[in-house]
Design a protein around this ligand. Structure first.
Ligand code: 5CA
Ligand code: ZN
Length: 408
């Protein structure tokens, strides 16, 4: 489907600021910092997209912002990035919401996807090269499921097709949860561990036979619709190849989504790991709980924008938090972001300032070494508060803040 408009990223090398370093990011699977890009010049990134039944909230925005800045760091290091994102435009929560509201599920998905695009564009988030809906990926998904079947890794229950976790030797290698925890998480996050007839409680749906009043497609697997994990596995394999550099998303996707998606992909390709790094944004909470569409405790990007909030202040408010630590949105977050933005913009307008080289190096270092966005912001704060006579510096630092942090 259509992505959103391209965002221009200045090349700092052209402004005499050299090139940056490839980032070391926290990989959930190896539980360590891993340097990206050890396997060629192109960095392949797949990030799990929205299920479009409601508007973009700040938790979503935090997730997509992390992968935006990660790409900026790779680009600054002179690498090319191939970036793919999906839209889960047919799934239970979407169909339930459509039913509840009396809206056509396609119209609901289109409306919310369009709002998401507008929010992403306003936040200056780099668009994916391929923005792919589950519905349009159905042929790729069917092919992946057929392949799993041919390998003996799939079986049927009453017309539903399941992936057999017995087919992977890697279960648990992404999330490191014990079996009981995995069963519990699967129960909480859309799985059906208690369904009779399953060979293993953790086996997951690849293809769901048509239910009354639900959309379904004809296929060699029967009349039905795709399961969730295989959607992302199939799209990533189709557009990025058998092994990717980054599988990204929020930490609520570690299990079962990324664990089982990676297992399915690896069963198809025979290659492991499916992703060299699994990078996760921690959960953004609000009013004591994870911000989530199902709980309804949401702060919407579009609502903030409608009240005149500068999207760049939203970016700064989100980047002020470390991506590995859960945090809660509070009232002061936005004011702090707005004040910071104002201080920075004033500093960029000055006739002279402290030289750009050291602060740009420091920002690059904080981002490359563990992706420490809060530290990166503080280095700019310190520069903005300092005096100097370098007349090129304000323009150069502004350019670096645009290139690396996406803030103008
Ligand atoms: N369509 C699936 C992924 S294939 C899905 O999880 N959609 S979603 O709309 O529920 O979430 C979209 C993205 O935002 C996912 O990467 C999810 O992990 C992330 N996300 C959701 N809620 C939060 C939150 N409160 N904080 C941080 N990230 C979140
Ligand atoms: Zn996904």
């Amino acid at each position: 489907m259509e992505s959103w408009p391209i965002v221009d990223v200045p090349r700092l090398a052209d402004a005499g600021l050299g090139i940056g370093h490839m980032p070391r990011v926290w990989d959930t699977a190896s539980q360590s910092l891993v340097e990206l890009g050890g396997h060629g010049d192109v960095i392949r990134i797949y990030v799990c997209g929205i299920t479009p039944y409601d508007a973009t909230h700040l938790g979503h925005a935090a997730t997509y912002l992390v992968f935006d800045v990660l790409q900026r760091v790779c680009l600054d290091a002179g690498r090319a990035v191939h970036y793919v994102q999906n839209v889960t435009d047919v799934d239970d929560p979407l169909l339930v919401r459509a039913q509840e509201t009396g809206l056509d599920w396609i119209a609901l998905a289109e409306r919310e996807t369009e709002l998401f695009r507008t929010d992403m564009a306003a936040l200056r988030i780099l668009p994916p090269e391929h923005y792919v809906g589950a519905v349009e990926a159905i042929p790729d998904i069917i092919r992946a499921v057929e392949d799993l079947r041919a390998r003996g890794a799939a079986y049927d229950i009453d017309g539903d097709v399941y992936y057999s976790v017995a087919a992977t030797g890697h279960l648990g290698e992404v999330g490191h949860y014990g079996v009981d925890e995995m069963i519990q998480l699967s129960r909480e996050r859309g799985g059906d561990p208690d369904r009779p007839g399953k060979k293993d409680p953790l086996d997951c749906l690849l293809w769901q036979a048509a239910r009354p009043d639900e959309p379904a497609w004809e296929s060699s697997l029967g009349h039905g619709r795709p399961g969730w994990h295989v959607e992302c596995a199939a799209i990533a394999m189709r557009y990025l190849g058998p092994v990717i550099d980054v599988q990204g998303g929020g930490s609520d996707l570690v299990f079962p989504h990324h664990e089982l998606g990676a297992a399915e992909a690896a069963t198809v390709t025979g290659e492991w790991p499916f992703a060299r790094t699994f990078v996760h944004q921690a959960m953004v909470g609000y009013q004591g709980e994870k911000m989530s569409k199902s709980k309804g405790n949401l702060v919407f990007v579009s609502k903030l924008r409608a009240t005149g909030v500068d999207p760049m202040a939203i970016r700064l408010a989100l980047l002020a938090h470390d991506h590995r630590t859960d945090w809660e949105w509070r009232h002061g977050e936005l004011t702090a972001g707005e004040r910071r933005l104002e201080r920075w913009r004033n500093a960029f307008e000055r006739a002279g300032a402290a030289p750009a080289g050291p602060v740009v190096d420091a920002v690059r270092g904080a981002l490359a070494d563990g992706f420490r966005t809060p530290d990166a912001l503080q280095f700019i704060d310190t520069w903005a508060a300092s005096d100097g006579t370098d007349s090129a510096a304000p323009g150069q630092v502004a350019l670096a803040v645009d290139a690396l942090l996406g803030i103008v």
